[in-house]
Design a protein around this ligand. Structure first.
Ligand code: ATP
Ligand code: MG
Length: 364
C-alpha cells in the first residue's frame, strides 16, 4: 500500500498540515520539538493500534482544542481508499467514508511497521519486551494465538494460586497434576508457534542485518526456552519433556508459590558475529538489530498478507554510520518509507525520495 495524501488537524502541535508523500522514501527533517514524531505517530494510529508512545487519546488533541483529526488517502488493492480517525468526546474511525464500530477495524487494512527509539528496549530491556514483540507479531498473522496465550495465562495464574494454597493445605497436592498437564500442553503449542515464527523472522532479519552492515556482520537470533530444550520436536514430545521439567521444579515452585519455567520465562537471544548483542553490542549494532527485526517483520507481513506495509522510522539515523544510513535510504525494497531526522546531512545520498522540512508543526 502507498499513502497518496495525509491531512492532520489539531493533532498535537500540528494545527493543520497537508502532505503529499512520494511513493518511495519521504524524509521529514527539522529541529527538535517541531512535530516530526507527532506526524509519524499520526500515521501509525491509522493502523488501528495504540500509540507507540503509550499516549492517551486526550493527549493527542492540540492544547485547547476539542477535537483532532487524521485523514489519509491511500492506494491499496488496485484502488484509492480513505481512512479517517476523529478524536473528540467520542473516538470515531471511518474506512471509505463508512463508520467503523472501533478503530481496530482499520487493523490489517492500513498496514505499517514502526521503529522509534522506544523500541530499543527490545534489545536493552528484560525478556518480557522480547516475548511481547514476538507474541504481538504472531497475533497479527494468527488470531488463534491470542486465545492460546490467554488460555495459558489463565492456567498459569490458577497453577500459581494452587501452589500457594498447597503450602497451607498439603492435600491439594494431588490436584496439581491436572494443572501441570494443561500447562504443559499449552506450553508446547506456544513454544512451537513462537519458534516457527522466529525461524522465519530470523531468515529475513539476518539478510537485512547483513545488508545494513555492508555484509560485514551476521545477526543470529535464537529462541531460548526456560525449559532448556533447543531441538525442534513435535508438540506432544515437547509436552512430555515439559512435564518432566515441571516435576523437577515442583518442590521449589511450591516453596516460592510460582511457576519457575514455561513460555512466560522464555527469551530470545541475539548474537552479532557470535557475540551477545545485549551485553556487548555497540549502540549502532543494537539500533541496527532492532531495525533489522522491524524490517523483517514488514517482509513477513508482505509475504503473508500480500501487501507491503508502510515503514515508519522515527529518529533512526542518529548513531548509524553513512553506509548504514545509505541502506535505509536506498536499499529497502518497494515499501513506502517515512524517516524523520534532524540533520540534513543524514539524507545527502537520498536517490529516490523527497525531503520535507518541518517547522513548528507545519511543512515548509
Ligand atoms: P525531536 O527531534 O526532539 O524528536 P520532534 O520534531 O520529533 O522533535 P515531537 O515529539 O513531534 O518533536 O513534538 C513536537 C512538540 O509537540 C513538542 O514540543 C511537544 O511539547 C508538542 N506537543 C505534544 N503534544 C502536544 C499537544 N497535545 N498539543 C500541543 N503541542 C503538543
Ligand atoms: Mg522526535
Amino acid at each position: 500500500m502507498k499513502i497518496d495524501a495525509l491531512k492532520l488537524t489539531n493533532f498535537r502541535n500540528i494545527a493543520s498540515l497537508e502532505l503529499q508523500p512520494v511513493e518511495r522514501v519521504n524524509i521529514i527533517y527539522g529541529n527538535n520539538a517541531q512535530g516530526k514524531t507527532n506526524l509519524i505517530e499520526a500515521l501509525w494510529l491509522l493502523t488501528g493500534a495504540k500509540s507507540f508512545r503509550g499516549a492517551k487519546d486526550a493527549e493527542l488533541l492540540l492544547f485547547g482544542s476539542d477535537y483532532a483529526k487524521i485523514e489519509a488517502d491511500f492506494y491499496k488493492e488496485g484502488r484509492v481508499q480513505t481512512a479517517q480517525i476523529l478524536f473528540a468526546a467520542k473516538k470515531q474511525a471511518q474506512l471509505n467514508e463508512i463508520n467503523l464500530s472501533s478503530v481496530t477495524g482499520l487493523a490489517g487494512i492500513f498496514c505499517a511497521v514502526v521503529f522509534s527509539p522506544s523500541h530499543l528496549g527490545l534489545i536493552q530491556d528484560g525478556p518480557s519486551a522480547r516475548r511481547r514483540f514476538a507474541d504481538t507479531c504472531i497475533c497479527q498473522i494468527s488470531p488463534k494465538f491470542i486465545a492460546l496465550m490467554s488460555d495459558y495465562n489463565r492456567t498459569l495464574l490458577q497453577r500459581n494460586s494452587l501452589l500457594k494454597d498447597i503450602s497451607y493445605s498439603a492435600y491439594l497436592l494431588d490436584t496439581l497434576d491436572v494443572w501441570d498437564d494443561r500447562l504443559a500442553a499449552l506450553s508446547a503449542l506456544i513454544v512451537k508457534n513462537r519458534k516457527q515464527y522466529l525461524q522465519r523472522l530470523a531468515v529475513h532479519a539476518g539478510e537485512i542485518y547483513s545488508g545494513i552492515s555492508s555484509e560485514k556482520e551476521t545477526l543470529h537470533m535464537r529462541y531460548a526456552a526456560s525449559a532448556g530444550l533447543t531441538d525442534d520436536i513435535p508438540a506432544e514430545q515437547y509436552k512430555q519433556w515439559f512435564l518432566q521439567v515441571l516435576a523437577k521444579a515442583r518442590a521449589e515452585d511450591i516453596k516460592t508459590g510460582c511457576t519457575s519455567v514455561g513460555p512466560h520465562r522464555d527469551d530470545i537471544d541475539f548474537e552479532i558475529n557470535g557475540v551477545d548483542v545485549r551485553s556487548f553490542g555497540s549502540q549502532g549494532q543494537q539500533r541496527s538489530s532492532v531495525l533489522a527485526l522491524k524490517l523483517a517483520e514488514s517482509r513477513l507481513i508482505s509475504e503473508l498478507l500480500h501487501d507491503e506495509p508502510i515503514i515508519l522510522l522515527d529518529d533512526v539515523m542518529s548513531e548509524l554510520d553513512k553506509n548504514r544510513q545509505d541502506y535505509l535510504l536506498n536499499h529497502l525494497s518497494g515499501n513506502q518509507v517515512f524517516i524523520t531526522c534532524c540533520d540534513k546531512a543524514c539524507f545527502d545520498n537520498l536517490q529516490n525520495g523527497k525531503a520535507f522540512h518541518m517547522v513548528n508543526g507545519g511543512l515548509q
